[in-house]
Design a protein around this ligand. Structure first.
Ligand code: ADP
Ligand code: MG
Length: 249
């Protein structure tokens, strides 16, 4: 297991094609244990593709991706284990609609980690308390607000005890008044030492929690800097243009 500050996610020379479309171009990114990296960039720049390749929801055309020193497995049991090590929270909440909140959080630990129901439920309640939705444990997802559902999605991912958490625009489908309750949970998670890769345009979160900002455009990483450097002094015209549009929303 990597020590704090050592490379945990290493993306090297990655190319990804969807048929003729070149979605990731020579992507190199190292995320150290305990680090929080915010990925930012225009729509279609490859941010989701990058997350999906790290979680092995998409294959890569060439290059390597390693998590904690282990190259991503192609399939089978090793892949299932890898998925357990990489927690993912998507824009849409993706909870199982016909299962209670508690069942949503205990399902993975019981099925994949072979945890006993009692242990899984105890841990689930702890996590649900941590994200502030334990009162809702016996409800169905549709009975919760979007912000509450997204916090459950975070608890569900954490229940697998992942080494790294990926967030793909976790607040962009939320009503504005619910954005902060989700970002607050993410900031708390960052402060707890979780390694995180977060696709978001929430600059407040980036400034508060990110060690680094990565700017992508057209499938490439164009800039990598501290939030302060990136937001106050972007280097490329693409980033300047992107930030000017973001600020004038
Ligand atoms: N499954 C797919 N098949 C073909 N093209 C795709 C697929 N997924 C994404 N793309 C294309 O790849 C590019 C990058 O998409 P994506 O990673 O979703 O960008 P972002 O998350 O930055 O908006 C887009 O042009 C998109 O249309
Ligand atoms: Mg996306």
């Amino acid at each position: 297991m990597a020590e704090s500050g050592q490379p945990l996610v290493v993306v090297a020379d990655v190319e990804k094609h969807y048929g003729d479309f070149h979605a990731l171009k020579d992507v190199n990114l190292t995320v150290n244990k305990g680090e929080v990296v915010v990925v930012i960039g225009p729509s279609g720049s490859g941010k989701s593709t990058l997350c999906r390749t790290i979680n092995r929801l998409e294959t890569i055309t060439s290059g390597t991706i390693a998590i904690d020193g282990e190259p991503l497995p192609a399939e089978g049991k090793a892949l299932a284990n890898l998925r357990a090590e990489v927690g993912m929270v998507f824009q849409s909440f993706n909870l199982f609609a016909h299962k209670t909140i508690l069942e949503n959080v205990t399902l993975g630990p019981i099925k994949v980690k072979k945890m006993s129901k009692a242990d899984a439920e105890r841990e689930a309640h702890t996590l649900l308390k941590r994200v502030g939705v334990d009162q809702q444990a016996n409800k169905l997802p549709a009975q919760l607000s979007g912000g509450q559902q997204q916090r459950v999605a975070i608890a569900r991912a954490l229940a697998m005890n992942p080494k790294v958490m990926l967030f793909d625009e976790p607040t962009s489908a939320l009503d504005p008044e619910m954005i902060n309750e989700v970002l607050d949970v993410m900031v708390e998670l960052a402060e707890s030492g979780m390694t995180m890769i977060v696709v978001t345009h929430e600059m407040g979160f980036a400034r508060k929690a990110a060690n680094r900002v990565v700017f992508m455009a057209d499938g490439r990483i164009l800039e990598e800097a501290t939030p302060e450097e990136f937001f106050t002094n972007p280097q490329t015209d693409r980033a300047k243009d992107f930030l000017s549009k973001l600020l004038t929303h």
